[in-house]
Design a protein. Sequence first.
Length: 290
Amino acid sequence: MHSRAILLFQADDEAAQALVGLLEGDGYPVMVARSLFEAEELARRSKPALLLVDLLVGQRPLDPMELEGLARVARCPVVTMGQRGREDLGPSRYAAREHIERPVGLEALLEVVRRHFHSGRDSQNPNLAVSVGAPLEVELRAGVLWLSGQLDERAIPEVMLEPLAERAPGPLKVDCARVGRVNSTGVRMWMQFVRTLRKRGFEPTLRALCPVLVAHARLIDGILAGCRIESFLCALECETCQAESHALADAQSGVLPEAVCACGGRASAADDASAYEVLFAAGRRSSAPG
């Protein structure tokens, strides 16, 4: 079997980790490049089966000529991703096999990847990945449902709901700060879990939404499943030493947090507030079940 992989060019670390979790969860080998130079080097050495490119590099759009040069090196199908509503990240400016607007439906995203991956690779379907990390644990404590561990095929919604067996329906806070890796099956399990919560009369409010679910919410349509968000963990980067950290963002405020780095520099979000609008909108949302 060939070892050709998907080459993901994604400058944002949180988004890269989220996408890798989804794609590897469906069995695809993935290489990640966070700079154009790194992407060209990986493409030259590895001959990828698919080039998946986020057109936003930091705060600037990727230049069409840069993408064209990378595609010439990779010599495989190219799928681009851009934020919905941004014309400067639209498909008309770039030469690509297909373009994805974020947020996108999970199945639609995987279908695009599946189709173009196999058109660029002449082997059989990839082997399914093995689950890694601690399985998801769910605990009801002080009236809050606490989630911790990995969201993958081991996270069965009915098992996740067991701590609520004696709990009367109504408002419920779900703390997600300790959720780690999330693969594509985990995303499906998560959405089924939230839908079932609401069907049983609970009114979930998500608090301390973990970085990987934040990244998925910005990428995949339906991750929040109509829930209200109280807060989420926002990735910060120090302007002086480039150290990365996380700070809690109040989803109702519409304002991204800032912090003082250990070096004394200012740490702030790499993206502007508009990139988090789906989360801020959920912060303003009524938690009434739908």
